[in-house]
Every structure is written in C-alpha cells, then in structure tokens.
Design a protein around this ligand. Structure first.
Ligand code: ZN
Length: 305
C-alpha cells in the first residue's frame, strides 16, 4: 500500500491552512486511491476537505471520483494523481449534488476530461448552484476562490461502463435515496465499490432524498459483490455487506419511531427531540444533521397509508 503525503501549504502558496495538515491518499486496492475527508465543519482552514474522494488508475487514463469541496482540494488531488501516474484524467465523476464532493472539479479542466454525473444532477445543480456558491464564499472566503460548478455532460440514467485501458469501471445511477442523483462506481478489476454518500460511517448519515428510498437502495447495494468499499464519509475495515449495518439501523430506527410518533399524534417539533435520540453517542456531527433527518422523515411518512 502506498501512502502519499503532499503539503497543502505548498499547493496553496500561503499559510491559510493549519501547519502540519497534509493531503494523504491511500491505495486501498490496487489502482484505487482514496483521500479521506475530515469530520469538521467546512472552513478556510480545512478548505472544504470533508468528503472521501479519490481516483482509479487504468493503463490509458485515470477516473476521478469526486473532486472535493474546493478548488484547492481538487488541485491537491490532481497533484496526488501526478505522484502516482503520468496518465491524464479522462473522467471526473461527480457522485451527487453536495458541494463537499464537487467544488474541486475545475482542477481537472487542463486534462480535458469528460465530466460524468447522474441524469438528474444537472437539474439539481441548476436549482442549488447559486446557493452553494454563496455558502462556500461565506465559509471559505478567499480560500475558496476559483471553485466552480462544472455541469457534467456525460449523464448516467442506469449504468455506464467506462474503459480506463486494461480496466473497466461501472458507474451506476440509483433511484431516490441520499439524494435524487446518487452514483456508485465499481472497479471490475479489484471489485472495489465506491459508495459515495450512500454510505456514511462515523459521520451521521444525511437524508436529502428519501429515507425509505435510502433503505431500499441499501438492500440492493448489499447484493453487490464488493471486496473493498469506499464510503462517502468515514472509514471501516468491517466486512461487506455488514459494514452497512450501522447506517441501516440508524435509518430504520428513525422510520419506526417516526411512524410511532405520527400514530400517537406527536407534533413534529416534539418528534425531532425524541425520535432516534438514543443514536447520538454512535455518530459525529449528530446535532448538525439528525434533527433535519427526522424532520424529513416526518414529512415523508406523514401521508403513508
Ligand atoms: Zn452527500
């Protein structure tokens, strides 16, 4: 396993990141390199380096799987690729609409790659892009300069098989789950499954699509023949598919307790205080995301038969 450390200070050419911080990628399976993001609020110090991102190296070219939360992170990832292979980047895959996954996309423009996304991603970017740009500027200030939204043109409705030279990867589009534009990437050579935000570990799961859809997709994912996995946030050496269990338990508990609350006529403002509260010790960033998940579940389940 290779570990590569780059100084983000050098890449930025300024002192806007805490000293000692570095950009590390790990080869988790042959030709599959992951950079693990941090479980912190986005800031000028961490540059929006909050999601797991990475790349897969073929004999002809490289596929990037998410470009990170700012141009600076995308550039650090591009540097890391250059440290592994002289091959160009031919695909930049954006796994979904959340800004910690795509704001580094412009770092790869010089490679003239094809930008790949879910068929629903352009619509989602159009709806939210302006808001996401504003909040990036608010949180990162000058450190976020140059971070651009690049709307993908190679769109995936179901499955798309991409040839990296001696290595095929399959990009798969999923129905409404974490968002309405989730992709996974499967490296056929090593059976490595990149789940993006269809799997959260340690970090509180986020539901920005449908909690019932999320649970259904998790069942479908569990049937895939993965040997190594990459979650969108966090990490684990647990076996596949048992590594999905903690998130399934969390989402399932919210569904059960929200249905009970609805059945008992508990108003939403009380439900968000009680539903799933016992899960707090199991997750980081719980206060930031959990109540929003319950609010979403309450709205979604309110009109069930
Ligand atoms: Zn996400």
């Amino acid at each position: 396993m290779r570990k590569i450390l780059l100084s983000m200070l050098a890449l930025l050419g300024c002192g806007s990141i805490a000293s000692g911080a570095g950009f590390v990628v790990e080869e988790i399976a042959p030709g599959n390199f992951v950079h693990y993001g941090r479980h912190e609020d986005r800031s000028a110090l961490n540059l929006g380096d909050n999601a797991n991102i990475g790349f897969i190296v073929g004999e002809r070219c490289v596929a990037v799987i998410d470009s990170g939360g700012s141009l600076a992170v995308g550039r650090a990832l591009r540097e890391a690729i250059a440290g592994v292979t002289p091959q160009p980047v031919c695909y930049v895959i954006t796994t979904h609409v959340h800004p910690d996954h795509f704001f580094g996309a412009a770092a790869f423009l010089a490679d003239r790659p094809q930008y790949v996304g879910h068929a629903e991603l352009p619509r989602a970017l159009a709806a939210r892009g302006k808001f996401y740009k504003g909040t990036l500027e608010r949180d990162l200030g000058e450190a976020g300069a140059g971070s651009e939204i690049i709307v993908p043109e190679l769109l995936v409705k179901d499955r798309l098989r991409l040839d990296l030279g001696g290595r095929f990867i399959e990009v798969r589009a999923w129905p409404l789950a974490h968002t309405d534009n989730d992709l996974t990437v499967f490296d056929e050579t090593t059976s490595t499954l990149w789940l993006a935000d269809l799997l959260f570990l340690q970090h509180t799961p986020v539901v920005d699509g449908s909690i019932l859809g999320f649970l259904r997709v998790l069942d479908d994912l569990a049937a895939l023949p993965a040997r190594t996995i990459v979650p969108g946030h966090g990490r684990s050496d647990a076996a596949w598919p048992q590594v999905l269990d903690a998130q399934k338990r969390y989402l399932g508990l919210i569904v059960r307790e929200t249905r009970q609350a609805l059945g008992n006529g508990v108003p939403i403002q009380d439900a968000v205080e009680s539903v799933g509260a016992q899960e707090a010790p199991n997750w980081v960033n719980f206060d930031t995301y959990h109540k929003r998940n319950v609010t979403g579940a309450y709205t979604e389940l309110e009109w069930e038969d």
